[in-house]
Design a binder for this molecule. Sequence first.
Ligand code: NAD
Length: 502
Amino acid sequence: MTDTAIKPATISHWINGVSTPGTSGRSAKVYNPATGQMQALVDLASVEEINAAVAQATAAAKTWRLVPLSKRAEIMFRFRALMDAGRDDLARILTREHGKVHGDALGEIARGIENVDFACGIPNLLKGGYSEGASTGVDVYSIQQPLGVVAGITPFNFPAMVPLWMIANALACGNAFILKPSEKDPSASLFLADLLKRAGVPDGVFTVIHGDKVAVDAILEHPDIAAVSFVGSTPIARYIYQKGTEHGKRVQALGGAKNHMLVLPDADVNMAADAAVSAAYGSAGERCMSISVVLAVGDVGDDLVNAIASRLPALKVGPGSDAQNEMGPLISREHRDRVAGYIASAEADGATVVVDGRKQSFEGDGFFLGVSLLDHVKENMDAYKDEIFGPVLCVVRVPSYEEGLRLINENEYGNGTAIFTRDGGAARQFQFECQVGMVGVNVPIPVPVAYYSFGGWKASLFGDTHMYGPDGIKFYTRSKVITSRWPEPSSSKIDLGFPQNR
Ligand code: NAD
C-alpha cells in the first residue's frame, strides 16, 4: 500500500485550550514504524502562528502566577490521577507513533509521572529563606518567582517522559509553557494537553505547537519567551543554546550520548550480560541512556561476549502492539538504514560481527532491524565514535581499568556510564574519576529519580542547570531578595554613606 492509499488524520496544534488546525499550509508525515505506513499529517507552524500562540500564553501567564500554590498543587495532584488512569491509552499512542513495545511505553510513562509527583510538592519546593534582624530592625528574605512564558523542544524517543520532565515543574512554578514536540510522534503531547485541561490548567497556560526548524527558530527569537528547555541531538542542542542565549534567554539544552559500560574482571558475568542486553537493545537502542559500548577489561572479554551473544537469539523483535515482543522497530526507514550502515562500516574496518541484525527478516514494510553485537571494535571506527542510536552494541577490549577510564573520559559525550564489579573500592574510585553526569554502579541505565536532576557533561549538555528535580525548579524560577525595615518615621535621616549592617 502506498502513502496516498491511506486517508491520513490531521494532527493540529493546541492553543488556548483547544485543538487548533494549522494555517501555514505546511505539514509533515507521521508514520507507524511497525507497518511503515503513513498514518497522519502533522501541521507545521509558521512564524505568525507561533507569535499568536505566544501572545495567548503571555496573557495566560499573568493570571496563572496569581493562582495560589495550594491550588497549583491541587491541579498537579489531579493531573497525576488522570495520568495514572490514562497510562494504557497513552502507551498505545506511543507504540503507534514511536514503535516502542507496550511494556517499554508504560515504563516511560511511569518515569514521566514521577515528575508530576515531584511537582505536587510545589508549596514546599518554592519556600524561600528569611533572616530576621539581618541588621538592626532590618529583615532579609528571598522569594522565587516564575519567569513568564517558557518553551520546551523535545525529541522523538521519549514523546511523553521528556515533555513531562519540563511541563510539571514549569507549570507548578507558575509559568505558561509552550511545547514543541518532535514532529515524528506528536500525538502524545495532545494527550497530555487534554489531561492538563481536565485537571484544571487554565486555557493558554499550556500550549502545543507542532513544527520544524521554522517553529524552533521563531521560539528562539521571540522576545516574550524567557527560557527554553531542549532535549535532542548534540548538533541541534548546541545550536539551540547558542541562538537562545544570543536572544537573551535562559537555555538548558541536553544533547546526545555514547554511554560506556565498564566491566571489570571480577564482575558477575551473567549479571553484566543481562544488564548489557537490557540497556543496549531496550527501545531498539533509541535511548539517550542506552549502553552502546561495553568496555571489557582484561580476561572477562571472551566470557562476556559469549554470554551476551547467547542471550540474543531469544529476544523477540516485532510490532510493539504484540505483547510478546520485547523490541520494536526504529523510528524511520532512513534511520534504520543509517544504523545498518554502521554495522557494515565496522565490519569493513575490521570489527567482528558476532550477531548481525541485518540478517533477521521481518514481514511487511516496518522499520525493523534485528539486534547486532560487534566485537573488537576500535577507537578509530565510526561505530565507536558516533552515536548510532540503534540496536547495535559495540564491545571494546581494554587491558586495564585505567584504559577503560581513559576512553570514557576522552569521549566527546558524558551523559551516562556504568561500572560492573564486585569491588566497592573500584566502584568508588570510578564514580570519583569519571567525567560523566550520571553514573551507575551495577546499574546499567542510571536515570536519576525525579527528586534528583538529570543531565550529562561535556557535549551531552549545554547550559548550567540539569533538567527536572531541584535544578528544574531553579531553572523555571528567578530569585529575588528583599531587604525590608519598618522604622519609626521620626527616626529617619539622610546618610550618603554605603549602608552597613549594624
Ligand atoms: P533532534 O535533535 O533531531 O530533534 C530534537 C528536536 O529538535 C525536535 O523537536 C526537532 O523538531 C527539533 N529539530 C530538529 N532539527 C532541527 C533544526 N535543524 N533546527 C531546529 N530544530 C530542530 O533529536 P531526535 O532525533 O528527535 O532525538 C534523538 C536525539 O536526542 C539523540 O541524539 C538522543 O541522544 C538525544 N536525546 C538526549 C537526551 C538527553 O537527556 N540528553 C534524551 C533523549 C534524547
